[in-house]
Design a protein around this ligand. Structure first.
Ligand SMILES: NC(=O)c1ccc[n+]([C@@H]2O[C@H](COP(=O)([O-])OP(=O)(O)OC[C@H]3O[C@@H](n4cnc5c(N)ncnc54)[C@H](OP(=O)(O)O)[C@@H]3O)[C@@H](O)[C@H]2O)c1
Length: 407
């Protein structure tokens, strides 16, 4: 029994659910911070079926809305509870081939907003609560659930990771990209979580609050791939989860959740601060996340995007409206068609020129042949003429000798 108050975001399914269930088993007061009440209540019922004494309560939180994050914190403060641990687990991932951009209510790109900026604000607004318990007992923790995808270099063997780039701070929400790549957005959000962990860890020194980040491993049986194609889901669920779960390539939900829960409450991890863990082992994160200048820059930008006190506010323009989007699409299609026509015309001209060149070449060849033929004919003529002259000479010689004989 640890008897701690622990907030777990996205606790109604997958890893978050299992973490909440496990922490309830440990006698903790678990606040299930979820966006969907019905799903959250079902999850709580399920936990209570096997553990009727579980202290699990639902509180509404939509990380894709800064207003909802602020309301959640107000609601939590109204409960008058202390806070020992915050597990930033909730997350979304779009299909790598998803080209349709989605936006949060604050106009952020959806993945970055949900996975990183929402948790950034949530954590900052709960920092004083965590510091209070940290100062009391010296053990208050924040766990950021990141992903190995944050480091494409580490998985460069895989085709889908090859094109992933470091975060471009001038194109933070990928709005400038013609083709939106859902996996790039996911990678960026998870790298941002790691950088946030390092930056906040420095600020938390000697406060009794520790922050660490963890990748739970590849857990194909959760709902994270809900936005993926049917084929990808089949590969994840049947091939990875079905056949490969006995290898080290994939993890079960229980194994992934154990890695997260351990960081939240295990004595073993009490003294760690600002570290990245992969399945229980401290490892090095990607190069870009280790860049201290970038960590600082990200911190300042994030505070600005979240309009937090003490930060220079950054406004994000609203996404194009549906009609504008349609117009944009149509314009793009027209441009593509015009380009196609131009190309076709160019191709036509090119073909004409090529045809002409071919014909000219053919004519040249015919003429060369003709010239050769006339040469041959002339040569033959010359030979014939020579032979005729020779014959004539021989004839006159014969005639002469005959005449001489007669004489
Ligand atoms: N599965 C893996 O292989 C893997 C690997 C590395 C890292 N992770 C990370 O692990 C975490 C948990 O993922 P999972 O695999 O357990 O997937 P999951 O089953 O889809 O769970 C994600 C949870 O996040 C919640 N959520 C999504 N958007 C939200 C929002 N706007 N506000 C509040 N909650 C929101 C979901 O709620 P709804 O049910 O209402 O959508 C759900 O409870 C994620 O951060 C993910 O990136 C997973």
């Amino acid at each position: 029994m640890t008897g701690k108050v622990i907030i777990v975001t996205g606790a109604n399914s997958g890893l978050g659910y299992e973490v909440a269930r496990y922490l309830c088993e440990g006698g903790n007061d678990v606040i299930m911070a979820c966006r969907n009440e019905e799903k959250a209540n079902k999850a709580i019922e399920k936990i209570k079926r096997t553990n009727p004494n579980a202290l699990a309560t639902y509180m509404q939180l939509d990380l894709a809305s800064l207003e909802s994050v602020r309301k959640f914190v107000d609601d939590f403060h109204e409960t008058g509870k202390k806070l020992h641990v915050l597990v930033n687990n909730a997350g979304i991932m779009f299909n790598p081939k998803d080209i349709k951009k989605q936006y949060t209510s604050d106009n952020f790109e959806m993945t970055m907003g949900t996975n990183y900026l929402g948790p950034f604000l949530l954590t900052n607004l709960l920092l004083d609560d965590l510091k209070t318990t940290g100062a009391d007992g010296g053990d208050s923790r924040i766990v950021m659930v990141t992903s190995g995808v944050h480091d494409p270099e580490a998985s460069k063997g895989k085709r889908i990771y090859r094109d992933l780039q470091p975060i471009d701070f001038d194109n933070f929400f990928l709005f400038d990209d013609d083709k939106y790549n859902g996996l790039q957005a996911y990678k960026n959000s998870k790298a941002a979580m790691v950088m946030f962990t390092y930056e906040l860890a420095k600020k938390l020194e000697d406060t009794g609050v520790k922050i660490n980040t963890v990748c739970p491993g590849n857990v194909p049986s959760t709902d994270l791939i809900r936005n993926s194609s049917g084929a990808r889901k089949f590969v994840a669920r049947v091939v990875y989860h079905g056949f490969l779960r006995f290898t080290k390539m994939t993890r079960t939900i229980a194994q992934g959740a154990a890695a997260i829960s351990a960081l939240a409450t295990d004595e073993k991890f009490k003294e760690f601060n600002g570290k990245f863990f992969k399945e229980g082992v401290e490892v090095k994160s990607s190069e870009e996340t280790l860049d201290e200048e970038k960590q600082k820059k990200l911190w300042e930008m994030s505070g600005g995007y979240c309009h937090m006190e003490g930060f220079e506010p950054i406004e994000v323009p609203p996404p194009p409206k549906e009609e504008e989007k349609v117009e944009e699409e149509e314009k793009k299609e027209e441009e593509a068609a015009a380009e196609g026509e131009e190309k076709a015309a160019e191709d036509g001209e090119k073909k004409e020129e090529e045809k002409k060149e071919d014909e000219e070449k053919k004519e040249e060849v015919v003429e060369e042949k003709k010239e050769e033929e006339t040469k041959v004919v002339e040569e033959e003529k010359k030979v014939e003429e020579k032979e005729e002259v020779k014959e004539e000479k021989e004839e006159t010689v014969v005639e002469k000798t005959e005449e001489e004989k007669k004489e």
